[in-house]
Design a protein around this ligand. Sequence first.
Ligand code: 6PG
Length: 244
Amino acid sequence: MREIRVFETPRALAEGAAEELASLAEEAIGERGKFSLVLAGGNTPRLLYERLAQAPFRDQIDWARVEIFFGDERCVPPEHPDSNFRMANESLLGQVSIPQEQIHRIRGEIEPVQAAREYEAELKAAFRSPQPAFDLVLLGLGEDGHTASLFPGSTALKHKKHWVTAVEHHRPPPPLVTRITLTLPVLNAAREAWFLVSGGGKANILRRILDTEGETDLLPAQQVQPVSGELVFLVDKAAWPEGR
Ligand code: 6PG
């Protein structure tokens, strides 16, 4: 099932997403005692993360029961400007009280294959099940149709067994550094997967992503099709394709 929500502005998108995320967290914690959340990197999610760190969400969400994971990471140290962890830490994680052991950072500072193996082991320890059923996976959308660090034509898109993989990345979009990314089977095992899409620069790719009818060569973002979970596009008006 796919849902699309269009918001007037990037701030309205962040507000609406924060409200929905808070109620999802309450539901997950009520039912299963915790809320497992996969954070997206890039720039778009920053407004949402900053909003979650403010009232009422900072007090409404039971952060002590939130478990944080990352959809992907650039192979740079955590204090590097390109680090997805650094962006999330500055905008949210450093502002709310999540127990450190519940923040599962991908170690971008170590050898990439080792970092991928280590992160996969951490996920397997956290979920102890054939597939990690995250409560919510947040995803961005690149103008080339990539999501997380799953880029068009990448062999990472073919992984069926691995939950995490290292990805060489030598051509735009920047940064041109090796990445660590969750694989499609993991994204598609989520209870909910949200694409956060903002800005006029994303209108063309969003149009293409939404019109999968008859497409055979699916872009990475089109291959995010939760097996039994919900797929939601939260977009602002600027990103909403004309005439849809
Ligand atoms: C990353 C992200 C990536 C991002 C898209 C959109 O590490 O860069 O995981 O998939 O979500 O590139 O990025 P913007 O939100 O900056 O447009």
